[in-house]
Design a protein around this ligand. Structure first.
Ligand code: AMP
Length: 436
């Protein structure tokens, strides 16, 4: 099947050819004819599958050319980053049309966005909060919307946008086509899609939570933060890690790694996390995308929907405890038929999580021996206690009768065996300043 097999016009076909798309991806093959045919769609597909073009091409085909003042298509996205990408995609694919695209999102003043809307628009890309804000102030007219697209619906619900979406559904004209795309398909998306879509065509390009086939997945056992840092440094010495996203669980971790690498190396590196202003985040993201920056350290907040092709490696500095985040994280590499690699660092507690992830993705992740150059440091007491506590919690979850071994020091076990009473006094906790 080629793009010419679809009922697309010359302008769109030319843009597709120029974008370098040779063949439609599986989701495009299924979604494009169904959308042109006017049906509602429930698409379960991660970024990297070509889902944006899957909904944009037929939608642009249907609205054809600039008309009227008010938008006819609304693409709702969870984050500004994704909004920027969808807009870019629309501009690329709509290059030979006169269609007007406007994006609206929070984090910066609404003035320019309002001016853009006033010039007239055919398709708008919006985050829910700003959309409702502009609508409420009368700066945005939604009465002509005929197609509503929800991109990354799972993320949108996770981020608590449900009230805004409900409000929006009350505002929009009822006669419209609805397209819902979601990277994963948890129960809440299932429930929401059931009330929102009418007899949708369900398109699942890969079973829910299945990772992109083109990603090679490896893992290393690294007992603690310091050893992980050493391992990261060692891996980065290899130039084949040309464009790397390092995922971490907290902002603090992101900052620590950023500072550490900044002190020890000359690598170009940026961090993205929720504490950074929107503009800083977007600039870092653009620098990484353009190839000016080799390493991007980020938290899961920023992991979804990032569309950067040619990410050579995704490094999970820790194993995400929300397992579906693993899928999102590694989805940044191996995009659109390109090979990619993901490397996960795991301490003993995290090994359990990785096993659960393997079950979820129905794939085995290859564990590699730690390179001999990497120095294994002793785990500091506090960190070790955290690990033991997590292990206890995991064991307890698997076996509710499990008593927990965390407090069981050797002398306690011995004392108990001798029938002695064990008294544990609570130690004073001293808050230590983070030293990295
Ligand atoms: P998406 O899943 O929409 O985030 O798209 C991921 C990447 O794949 C984007 O950079 C698109 O430009 C690219 N892409 C989309 N469709 C195709 C196609 N048919 N062939 C090659 N690349 C594509």
């Amino acid at each position: 099947m080629t793009f010419k097999d679809f009922d697309l016009n010359k302008q769109l076909l030319q843009a597709v050819a120029e974008a370098g798309y040779e063949l439609p991806t599986p989701i495009q093959q299924k979604a494009i004819p169904a959308i042109i045919g006017g049906q509602d769609i429930l698409g379960i597909a991660q970024t990297g599958t070509g889902k944006t073009a899957a909904y944009l091409l037929p939608t642009l085909m249907k609205i054809k050319f600039a008309s009227g003042k008010y938008p006819r298509v609304l693409v709702l996205v969870p984050t500004r980053e994704l909004g920027v990408q969808v807009l870019e995609n629309a501009q690329v694919l709509g290059k030979y049309t006169d269609l007007r695209f406007v994006s609206i999102y929070g984090g910066l003043g609404p003035k320019t966005q309002i001016e853009n809307l006033q010039k007239g628009s055919d398709l708008i890309v919006a985050t829910p909060g700003r959309l409702i804000e502009l609508y409420s102030k009368g700066d945005l007219v939604l009465k002509d919307i005929k197609t509503l697209i929800l991109d990354e619906a799972d993320r949108m619900l996770d981020m608590g946008f449900m009230p805004q979406i409900r409000r929006l559904l009350e505002i929009l004209p009822t006669k419209r086509q609805n397209l819902l795309f979601s990277a994963t398909f948890p129960e809440k998306v299932n429930k929401f899609s059931a009330e929102f879509l009418e007899w949708p065509v369900r398109i699942e390009v890969a079973p829910s939570a299945t990772t992109v086939d083109t990603v090679e997945q490896f893992a290393y056992q690294a007992p603690n933060f310091h050893t992980k840092l050493g391992l990261l440094m060692h891996l980065l010495e290899n130039d084949s890690l040309s464009r790397v996203i390092v995922f971490v669980k907290t902002r603090q971790y992101a900052e620590n790694i950023f500072r550490y690498l900044g002190r020890k190396t000359n690598y170009t590196i940026r961090t993205i996390h929720a504490n950074k202003g929107q503009n800083t985040r977007l600039n870092s993201f653009e620098d990484f995308k353009s190839g000016n920056v080799r390493i991007l350290v980020c938290t899961d907040v920023s992991s979804r929907g990032i569309d950067i092709t040619d990410v050579s490696h995704v490094i999970n500095f820790d194993v995400p405890t929300v397992y579906e985040d693993y899928v999102h994280r590694i989805g940044r590499t191996g995009r659109a038929l390109k090979a990619g690699t993901s490397i996960t660092f795991m301490n003993p507690a995290e090994e359990h999580h990785l096993m659960n992830i393997e079950e979820l993705i129905r794939m085995k992740i290859t564990v590699l021996p730690l390179p001999p150059e990497v120095f294994v440091t002793e785990t500091p007491i506090e960190e070790n206690q955290e690990i033991l506590k997590t292990l206890d919690a995991l064991k307890k979850r698997a076996d509710p009768t499990f008593q927990g071994a965390f407090h069981e020091k050797k002398w306690m076990i011995k004392a108990r065996a001798e029938g002695k009473k064990v008294v544990i006094r609570k130690a004073k906790t001293v808050k230590k300043k983070n030293k990295y």
